[in-house]
Ligand binder design. Structure first.
Ligand SMILES: Cc1cc2nc3c(=O)[nH]c(=O)nc-3n(C[C@H](O)[C@H](O)[C@H](O)COP(=O)(O)OP(=O)(O)OC[C@H]3O[C@@H](n4cnc5c(N)ncnc54)[C@H](O)[C@@H]3O)c2cc1C
Length: 465
């Protein structure tokens, strides 16, 4: 973008062009999620009359993934070179407000502006034997699939990799120090996803951590905080990510790092050193590729196109590519409870794909709106196609669509996405769930038990109610 606006641009990359997303994040992850979902399809295939004799070959997946990310990397290089960007393969360290040094070549460069987009890396717990564990960086290229895996963490990376490994036939366990996965997401979605993972045979161990790891033959022996010890074929840490700020020389230019370890920036991504800007994961605003891209684009508009633009971080659609899949945008029910009167609409049903089989998974759609057909404040979808749906929901939400707008749209039948057109009948009252008194009752998917919100159908929650 900056080169397109006429700037002379040099990109310095120490690893592979494309960054985490292309090389060891979103792209390979989604390819592996696709691979893992075949087992779900084979599961229901019989109910549609198919007999499938399937075998999985891990090296084929790894090799084909590598071919694809190499193709993408080349495409990114071409896209940079086309407008005249120079690419230098080296590690850069800031040496002043307008200067950097290249570590391999020793060369020094000066620039009017420096943009820091160094991303982050996986956090590995400081425990004995930690080097025996892997992170998402290594998980894509394991020499062989382990017979079992223990994944520590409760965020989306833990959940997605659990889905991948379980779908590929690995005996999978998640261990998490909290008491429910995906902190910060809507509670109904968290419970629904938890049930979905368990339906796929993923074991969940809560309120426990890993104390130490030790080699035990081909396995890794894990000592847990509750005193139990057990062997696993592999152990993966998905315990958060750390911004790449260490050893960057930021202090020499007066670039401030905040308490969370990220670079402090203003709304235009300018750091505390006026000639240095920072975008993406290293700023800790929202660690997602489209957000990093938008921040970079707006930096170029602001600095090189005389068009100051600030990224709006308030309505970001996001997905968890687990099984079941989760797509969300806007407020959760728990957050909405602090915003005055809101209406909550929930619909829960069996995806049509499963209706010929004995599978009991439920899809959940949830809308959070201002009262009486007002503005839609949040949308949460759990089930097949959730990510694709939520991306399109982001469009009406970006123009402040109301529940009445959603209701006015003609439904497309048969689809799961037609559901928001019908769910006005399930207006809910959930006050006891917001007072911090009553615990959330877990969804008991497929066992005929209703959640409290379904039982309170027809009433409305509001702070003033
Ligand atoms: C397993 C995984 C799955 C993910 N899935 C998704 C997803 O589904 N959707 C989504 O939106 N986001 C996803 N993300 C997050 C997404 O990858 C990041 O938000 C995004 O890549 C951030 O882009 P960035 O440019 O800030 O940093 P990065 O993509 O991390 O790029 C930083 C680059 O800087 C280079 N670098 C670092 N320091 C230096 C230095 N000193 N000198 C030279 N080069 C340096 C690095 O080698 C790297 O290439 C995922 C992340 C992971 C780890």
């Amino acid at each position: 973008m900056a080169a397109g606006f006429g700037a002379k641009v040099v990109v310095i990359e120490e690893f592979r062009v494309g960054g985490t997303c292309v090389i060891r994040g979103c792209v390979p992850k989604k390819l592996y999620v696709y691979a893992s979902r075949f087992s779900d399809l084979f599961d229901v295939a019989g109910s549609f009359g198919w007999q499938v004799d399937a075998r999985f070959d891990w090296p084929t997946l790894v090799a084909n993934k590598e071919t694809e990310i190499t193709r993408l990397e080349a495409a990114y290089v071409s896209a940079l070179e086309a407008p005249g960007v120079d690419i230098i393969r080296d590690r850069a360290v800031v040496t002043g407000a307008n200067s950097i040094k290249l570590i391999k070549s020793g060369q020094e460069l000066e620039a009017e502006h420096i943009l820091i987009a160094t991303g982050g890396h996986p956090r590995v717990p400081d425990i004995p034997g930690a080097e025996l564990g892997i992170t998402s960086n290594e998980a894509f290229d394991l020499a062989a699939l382990p017979h079992s895996i223990l994944i520590e963490g409760g965020g989306y990376i833990a959940v997605e990799f659990a889905t991948i490994f379980a779908g590929l036939g690995v005996n999978t366990t998640i261990i998490y120090r909290g008491d429910c996965l995906l902190r910060g997401f809507d509670m109904d979605m968290r419970r629904g996803l938890e049930s979905g993972l368990q339906n796929r045979g993923i074991k969940l161990i809560y309120q426990t951590t890993i104390r130490s790891l030790e080699r035990q033959g081909d396995d890794v022996s894990v000592a847990f905080s509750d005193g139990v010890t057990a062997p696993f074929g592999a152990v993966m840490f998905a315990t958060g990510r750390v911004a790449n700020v260490e050893g960057l020389g930021l202090e020499t230019a007066g670039v401030e790092i905040n308490d969370a370890g990220n670079i402090t920036v203003d709304v235009y991504s300018q750091t505390t050193c006026p000639s240095i800007y920072a975008v993406g994961d290293v700023t800790g605003r929202a660690a997602l590729t489209p957000v990093a891209i938008r921040e970079g684009w707006y930096f170029a508009e602001t600095v090189y196109n005389d068009n100051p633009l600030a990224v709006d971080h308030s309505m970001i659609p996001t997905a968890v590519f687990a099984e079941p899949e989760l797509g969300v945008i806007g407020l959760t029910e728990q957050e909405a409870a602090t915003h005055g009167d809101v209406d909550i609409y929930v619909s829960r049903f069996r995806p049509m794909m499963n209706t010929l089989s004995t599978r009991t998974d439920r899809m959940i759609l949830k809308l959070i709106t201002e009262p009486n057909g007002g503005k839609v404040l949040g949308c949460h979808i759990l089930g097949p196609g959730a990510a694709e749906m939520i991306q399109l929901v982001a469009i009406p939400l970006s123009v402040q669509a109301t529940k009445a707008d959603f209701d006015r749209a003609m439904a497309l039948h048969p689809s799961a996405a037609e559901e928001p057109g019908y769910i006005q009948v399930t207006k809910l009252l959930l006050p006891e769930r917001h007072q911090g008194l009553a615990p959330i009752v877990p969804w008991q998917v497929g066992q005929g038990l209703l959640s409290p919100c379904q039982m309170d159908r027809g009433k409305r929650f509001g702070r003033t109610a």
